[in-house]
Ligand binder design. Sequence first.
Ligand code: DUC
Ligand code: ZN
Length: 455
Amino acid sequence: MKLLIKNAKIIKDSREEVVDLLISQGKIEKIAKDIEDLEADVISAENKLVLPGGVDVHTHMELDLGNYISVDDFYSGTRAAAFGGTTSIVDHIGFGPRGSSLQAMVDKYYDLGKKSIIDYSFHGAIQEVEDSHLQEFQGLYDQGIVSLKIYTTYGGKLTDDQILKVLKKAKETGTVVCVHCENDGAIKTLRDQAEKEGRLDPIYHAKTRPAETEAEAINRLTYLSQMAGCPKLYIVHVSSGAGLREIQLARQRGVENLYCETCPQYLFLDEDKYLEGGPEEGVKYIMAPPLRKKTDQEALWAGLGDGSIDVVATDHCPFFYQRDKLPHAKNFLTCPGGGPGVEERLELLISAGLKRGLSLESLVQVLCTNPAKIFGLYPQKGSLEVGADGDLVLLEKKSYVISQDNRHSKVDYTSYQGFEVDYRVSTVISRGEIIVDQGKLLGQKARGQFIKRRF
Ligand code: DUC
Ligand code: ZN
């Protein structure tokens, strides 16, 4: 099967160019002007932006938190991703029971992932650091699981000695270590105090996880990384100007292989969301790290502008509003943390990014190319090059308002209700197959393939 995309405006060698792209057997076979191929189905990209399919390296499908499970499975979550122009995800898996091997949980996810509409991979997750766990890094790497995640807070957090062991082993195997950075002890003290004083409205979720807790943990990780010889270290969901500053300072003092991500919620939403509409509305935005101040938002946009933020991913981890979140409106301490976003990322970033004067090329870097490069999906994913997978998204310049009525996740709200975007995803192509066209899902269910990642 062949697909010919005519008159596609793409970015090539930092310049916009209008070309045709021929996809054959799922791969980009040719990029040139005026391609003719009588066997190919033809689609016109006239007046549309054509980008590599989006790569979202931070989702949590079916994440089991014990008392709650995030509501999108790999089918509904990747359906929402596809509608939003994302054609690959790398999911952060749950820990599973203590005492189990890292492989056991990855095996469980091999099964869960089979429902995906788009291509997918997983980051490993490590909550205990016995020698046996460290010895598993190589085997996971050989399967294409070339990254894993650690936490500095929550039940599965690692202590500094454990983190150092993980970083040293990762340096040996080439594994990328993703870290959720928040200072657990400080947060615990602040939460205990809030509980004692009865300050339990959603705004206290933000007040008990201040930006300093993120900045301190990022700072600590960058020094631990130096002690381990600078393995590949990736800070997930940077939410604050102070946190980003620690990354910039670490790079200035020579910490190599240090990457970071932010998410749309930290670029588009701020802590006023915890107050506007009262606790019943505010509870929708309980997530960690919490929403920050407008000044943090601006610092993150500046980080996108100067290239210090490498990736925008989503941390898509939705829980039902009515069923799961609303009952906790008066007690943030018990509310499941996380929110949706996998569908909105591309349209929000392209629309607002261009308005703010970012180049289309730099937006493609943070949404597609950098995540693919950092996590071993490149050049198969994340770029429009001959030989790459035929994963493309066509966007038309057509403003519309994001609303729960036009979403495709299972969850019953969107964090971006009422946001107007200038660009709308019109067609999504995965390995040469049109999977979304003009608001309709096409093709078979569960057609996604596991991506065996490598460097
Ligand atoms: N933060 C959340 O709020 N939910 C899921 C995981 C995370 O890091
Ligand atoms: Zn996450």
